[in-house]
Design a protein around this ligand. Structure first.
Ligand code: SF4
Length: 360
């Protein structure tokens, strides 16, 4: 197959998306289409965390030329309400503007399918809809990158999402792709994310680009080549060489993305975020809240300079705790390893995490 790399700008995106899809000879085969963006939680279009709504708008305009009936479907990350996320990210307005449906994949009807680890429930809508996967070009602390293959985790309900962390995210995401694959993958590389998600700053990396193809693995492979990711780190999709690329020359758009550190450190504060994105995202929201309050920021840097603190999420530790460290356990998954002394919630709200920081 073939993958197209297309440079674009928000003002030209409708024309450029249509042109890119024509270049790879894509046309919807079904009248009903499900578009699956990446909306983990409610944040801004320029954050690099979510799929930019302008890209989905361009896809809607393209599909409406084929008289398609369109549904935008997503299941937000654990602890986040999909309806609120659609609202905060601008997708509710988008759906109203074009008369398309919104579907919450966390609560939708499901069918059981056989997969490597027994049985898995997938959204019923996949039975009769064309499926377009619209991930974002970004790095990830567990799977190194999160592109089309990892974006499929959003098809699952919360209990299944959580179970992926018990099986192992790489293995389970790879096995999921044996059961379901999209008809088209369009990677949003307008604003991207590099490094770690836990940051005091906005990390949206402006690339003004899309990458599209009808084979998700090939499209993801071009994604990692653009980010210059070490392919030996990728375990959740196969590495494919010699993919035919059209549009921009790969060498012209390649840029080294900062790698995510599996264990993040800010001076003496260590983050062992080994749970699902629910806790990682709320830790990131906590950091952003801290950054806006001078007194809290002062307290945080005092701890970072003079104390030895480790935040832990998930069922287990990624590595042994440092000597003399004070551990702040985040979320119900840490109940056992913390002997019941953890910040409550699934995931805990940022205010509760801040409370624990104040007391540290
Ligand atoms: S406590 Fe955190 S890591 Fe555990 S399931 Fe809830 S959100 Fe995920």
């Amino acid at each position: 197959m073939v993958v197209v790399i297309k440079k674009t700008k928000l003002k030209n995106i409708d024309k450029d998306v249509a042109q890119a899809l024509q270049q790879i000879k894509y046309q919807p085969k079904k009248k009903k289409v499900m578009i699956k963006p990446n909306l983990v939680y409610g944040t801004g279009a320029k954050s690099g965390i979510i799929t930019h709504p302008k890209l989905v708008e361009a896809l809607i305009k393209f599909l409406q030329k084929f008289d398609c009936e369109i549904t935008i479907a997503e299941g937000s990350g654990v602890g986040h309400n999909t309806k609120q996320v659609f609202k905060k990210t601008g997708y509710e307005n988008l759906a109203n503007k074009y008369g398309v449906k919104l579907l919450d994949l966390n609560t939708c009807e499901r069918n059981e399918h056989k997969w490597k680890y027994g049985k898995i429930k997938l959204p019923k809508i996949l039975d009769d809809h064309e499926y377009i996967n619209v991930p974002t070009l970004k790095t990830h602390t567990i799977t190194t990158v999160t592109l089309g293959t990892k974006n499929q985790k959003g098809l699952l309900d919360w209990p299944t999402k959580k179970s992926f962390h018990t099986i192992g995210v790489d293995k389970s995401v790879r096995a999921l792709a044996d059961v379901v694959q999209p008809d088209l993958t369009v990677i949003n590389a307008l604003y991207c994310l590099e490094g770690n998600s836990i940051s005091l700053l906005k990390t949206g990396k402006k690339m003004n680009m899309i990458i599209a193809g009808q084979d998700m693995f090939e499209t993801d492979n071009i994604g990692i080549q653009v980010m210059q990711t070490d392919s030996s780190q990728i375990k959740h999709f196969p590495i494919i060489k010699d993919i035919k690329i059209i549009g921009e020359k790969l060498e012209k758009v390649q840029t080294k993305f900062a790698e995510p550190q599996k264990i993040r450190k800010i001076l003496n504060i260590e983050f062992q975020m080994n749970g699902c994105s629910g806790c990682s995202v709320n830790m990131e929201r906590t950091m952003k809240k801290i950054a806006k309050h001078p007194l809290l920021l002062l307290k945080f840097f005092y701890l970072a300079l003079f104390k030895n603190i480790t935040f832990v999420s998930g069922h287990s530790l990624k590595r042994e705790l440092r000597k003399g460290t004070k551990v702040i356990y985040v979320g119900i998954c840490t109940q056992k390893i913390s002997n019941n002394k953890y910040i409550q919630g699934c995931p805990p709200e940022p205010d509760l995490i801040i409370e624990a920081i104040r007391k540290a």
